[in-house]
Design a binder for this molecule. Structure first.
Ligand code: ADP
Ligand code: MG
Ligand code: ZN
Length: 512
């Protein structure tokens, strides 16, 4: 008898809860659930301040300005300025958007309501909207205050596409946010801060003036900022030589703040595994390789396969060595890691922001040289060039169809499709150029690739003896650094006598 009463009791309780939710409306027995999980403003234990955010000076300044808006609205009102209500933090993943918001919470000294977009999504339609209403109500009561909505794209996606999961609940929640943003009277001292790494998928209604019209962009850190980020996160780490941080910062273009933090953590784990007391340069270098390419795999590789692999990598390496436009080499390896069987690592000397034509053509040659070397020294080609061909084709297509780098087509955008993995909007993009133009693009791409392959074969044939030497020492040693590469390819140092790269990693993933 007793179990039955229990089951019935639980059933009734669940049903009441559900009914309550659907009926909506704050307060009453369901108020707790509706109130949701936005964190109540409370003194945080670990105070994060702007000092914990390295670089991103512009973003920091703009966000800090919000605090002034809230503290002295009169100053802005005097000249007729309205307090901005919606501020959107935009930037690639791991650049510190959430961190910056937390720092603002630490610095602002006003109530800070923080939540994440996904927390509004429930099975029951209307619950999220109710939660939004509650949160804005609470923030208004506590004004001046700040509301932070992380990962805004999870609710704020373009409505009505029906693709990527049409979701009534999400639309209602979004509508509620729009209504709340409009509901602010001009002077109300509540600022809504939101973060996203996909501003392109946001509903245009969210971005119009009066809503999230202020955009603060966060960028991937440059060298100085990377150094500062490494310093912040290694504060409590026993480094053998703090100069290593400088080397690491130089060698990690393209890494985000989160990547750098991860790198340091991996290095510390390496040190602990060795049972060492200090984190050495070796630990850091190994961590960097791991963050870039994954862990070392032990594969049983047949000797013929290993020979082919060495030939392939030596091809990439030699092409990069003998082409003056290519990025300086850093090392070459045939130790399998992550998905790659081997890798030729190059290290740009300075950060590139644009890519010129010569450089790109050189890049095509380097990419196709692995395959060319197999042809030259083994006699046949293999499936090992899969990724090289994919990357080379992609690059060549961009050169033709986006950057106008062929004479007969000229500067015209002939892209086939844009990748919007989550966006319904442009999934079925009609091609707006003629079939004839499309085949011209294909022909131009093929010509670029053939030309690059020819050049790769040429340069390898010209230096065949040295390349064979490189293959042999790569097979014997498995990893060669720049000096060892030069020793094989160019013992007298005629080609690149003084170009000694720093230790580091390349932004362009290693050619595999
Ligand atoms: P997102 O932009 O994806 O929200 P986060 O703010 O969550 O990125 O960053 C993840 C982690 O990376 C942070 O917790 C922090 O440790 C580190 N990080 C990212 N950017 C920076 C930065 N500019 N300065 C210091 N640490 C950073
Ligand atoms: Mg985040
Ligand atoms: Zn390759």
């Amino acid at each position: 008898m007793l179990p039955w009463i229990l089951i019935l009791g639980i059933y009734l309780w669940l049903q009441r809860r559900m009914m309550g939710n659907i009926a909506g409306g704050p307060g009453g027995a369901t108020g707790g659930l509706l109130a949701g999980r936005f964190s109540k403003p409370s003194p945080t234990h670990e105070q994060i301040t702007f000092d914990d955010v390295a670089g991103q000076d512009q973003a920091k300044k703009e966000v800090a300005e919000l605090v002034e808006f809230l503290r002295e609205p009169e100053r802005f009102e005097r000249v007729g300025a309205e307090v901005p209500h919606g501020v959107l933090l935009v930037g690639p993943p791991g650049t510190g958007k959430t961190l910056l918001a937390k720092a603002l919470a630490g610095e602002a000294n006003v109530p800070f309501f923080s939540t994440s977009g996904s927390e509004f999504i429930e099975i029951f339609v209307g619950v999220g909207a109710g939660r939004v209403r509650k949160m804005f109500e609470a923030a208004r009561k506590a004004a001046p205050s700040i509301i932070f909505i992380d990962e805004l794209d999870s609710i704020g996606r373009t409505r009505g596409t029906g693709l990527g999961g049409g979701h009534d609940e999400r639309e209602q929640t979004l509508n509620q946010i729009l209504a709340e943003l409009d509901g602010f009277a001009g002077r109300e001292a509540v600022v809504v801060l939101a973060a996203t790494n996909r501003p392109d998928v946001l509903d245009p209604a969210l971005l119009r003036p009066g809503r999230f019209d202020r955009h603060v962009t966060l960028h991937l850190p440059d060298k100085t900022a990377r150094r500062a980020i490494l310093e912040i996160h290694s504060r409590n780490m026993p480094l053998e030589n703090t100069g290593d941080l400088h080397t690491m910062a130089t060698g990690t273009p393209g890494f985000s703040g989160a990547d750098l933090k991860n790198l340091l953590n991996e290095a510390a784990i390496n040190a602990a595994r060795r049972e060492g007391d200090l984190i050495t340069h070796g630990d850091l270098a190994e961590a960097r390789d791991k963050v870039m390419m994954g862990t070392v795999r032990s594969l049983a590789i047949r000797p013929e396969e290993k020979h082919r692999l060495a030939v392939h990598e030596a091809g990439h390496t030699a092409a990069a060595y003998f082409k003056p436009q290519a990025d300086p080499l850093y090392k070459v390896t045939i130790i399998p890691r992550g998905h790659a069987l081997g890798g030729t690592h190059m290290l740009p000397e300075a950060e590139r922001h644009t890519l010129d034509e010569d450089y790109l053509r050189g890049q095509l040659v380097t990419l196709l040289a692995g395959r060319a070397a197999e042809k030259l020294l083994v006699g046949t080609v293999s499936s090992g060039a899969d990724d090289d061909i994919r990357r080379a084709t992609e690059l060549a297509r961009s050169m033709v169809a986006r950057w106008g780098m062929t004479e007969d087509l000229g500067p015209i955008d002939l892209r086939q499709s844009e990748d919007h993995p989550f966006l319904g909007q442009s999934i079925a993009q009609p091609r707006d150029h003629a079939d004839a133009t499309a085949s011209q693009v294909d022909a131009a791409v093929i010509a670029l690739l053939k030309e690059a392959e020819r050049k790769a074969s040429e340069v390898l044939a010209e230096h065949q003896a040295q390349v064979e030497l490189l293959v042999a020492s790569l097979e014997a040693r498995e990893t060669l650094d720049f000096d060892e590469i030069r020793h094989c390819l160019d013992p007298e140092g005629k080609v690149t006598p003084l170009k000694r790269p720093h230790l580091g990693l390349d932004k362009i993933p290693p050619v595999g």
